[in-house]
Design a protein around this ligand. Structure first.
Ligand code: NCD
Length: 329
């Protein structure tokens, strides 16, 4: 790698350069090796404070950032909105500044509103305190660390020893489900199109962004991105199928006739996957509505499902992000 990492905040993948993706992939691969040792810890961030500021529920993202920070020997503070002074009327910026005053070096932020991590990052820059901010999911906007762990999972499935962005060039990747509400899909669109993969989106029209409704089914939005109203057209010969959770908490009106009908039209089952590449692998960021977006037998089949691998890889990828951001401070 000739370039050196100088990104203090990771808020979106929209302006990520190919070498930055490769830096994350290669660094995560070396941390994955550390995690396979008997002593799974390195002193890299010793003495530094990482604060998890989660204003929205989370299982895997919050825990995996916590474990990543601990494996790097950082001290970790965990903030949970429900039991905090927010309930007494404190503003989000004041909460962030409270953690800054305790010596926080990096903040990992999840919020139900798009733009909150960016607003806190701007305030940290204004204060010139050198704190790095990592977006762990903001509203329907982006979830960069999830897309990077998805990317790492895809690339290491192809080549375990040398994961790099270019391995996905020409691969057919389908993203299926609630794209309208998905920050995971939005971040994945940046990384997957940057890789040169052919990306096919499949969803009922009510679960796609309104701008996509103008595109005739199957036509390319650009050379690499295709829209489908029917599942089979999207997954035919696909190398990877990425499924998304139906985000019922973000649905403001009735967008689906019923979950059973959704499953019939867009649910991923062993039978539906028969038209894919015979080596097809299935991903899901979790949490999963079993039997709705993904059938249990596919989800639990280690020869087809990469779901557990995604969770395992999440720790190494988040170690890589904290390490790289820490090195730019
Ligand atoms: C995703 C999220 O919160 O955006 N989950 C995750 O971080 N693993 C996707 C989801 O909630 O469906």
């Amino acid at each position: 790698m000739s370039e050196s990492w100088n990104r203090r905040h990771v808020l979106s993948l929209c302006d990520f350069e190919p070498w930055e993706y490769d830096a994350v992939l290669q660094t995560a691969n070396s941390f994955r090796e550390v995690l396979s040792r008997r002593t799974k810890k390195v002193p890299t961030l010793q003495g530094q404070v990482v604060t998890n500021l989660f204003f929205e529920p989370s299982t895997r993202t919050r825990s995996s950032f916590e474990l990543a920070a601990k494996r790097l020997s950082a001290d970790i503070l965990n903030f949970a909105a429900g039991s905090s002074s927010l309930t007494k009327g404190e503003t989000i910026l004041d909460t962030a500044k409270t953690y800054l005053a305790m010596g926080t070096d990096m903040m990992v932020i999840r919020h139900q509103e798009a733009g909150v991590p960016a607003a806190i990052a701007a305030e940290m820059d204004r204060l010139n305190c050198g704190v790095g901010v990592l977006n762990a999911g903001d509203g329907q906007h982006e979830h960069p660390s999830q897309a990077l762990l998805d990317l790492f999972t895809l690339c290491t499935t192809i080549d375990r020893s040398q994961p790099k962005l270019s391995l996905l060039k020409g691969k057919k990747i389908a993203i299926v489900g609630d794209i309208l509400h998905s920050r995971v899909a939005r971040s994945n669109l940046w990384s997957l199109t940057a890789s040169g993969a052919e990306v096919h989106l499949a969803a009922p029209p009510t679960l796609l962004p309104a701008a996509f409704a103008e595109f005739v089914q199957g036509t390319p939005i650009d050379r690499q991105l295709f829209i489908h109203w029917k599942l089979d057209d999207a997954i035919r010969d696909a190398d990877f199928v990425m499924t998304l959770r139906l985000q019922k908490e973000r649905m403001t009106s009735h967008l689906l006739p019923s979950l059973r009908e959704y499953h019939r039209e867009f649910g991923i089952t062993r039978d539906r996957l028969k038209i894919c590449n015979p080596h097809v692998r299935v991903l899901h960021p979790g949490p999963t509505n079993r039997g709705v977006e993904l059938s249990s037998d596919v989800m639990d089949d280690p020869n087809m499902s990469l779901v557990s691998e995604q969770v395992t890889n999440g720790v190494a990828v988040r170690m890589a992000l904290l390490y790289l951001m820490g090195s730019s401070r």
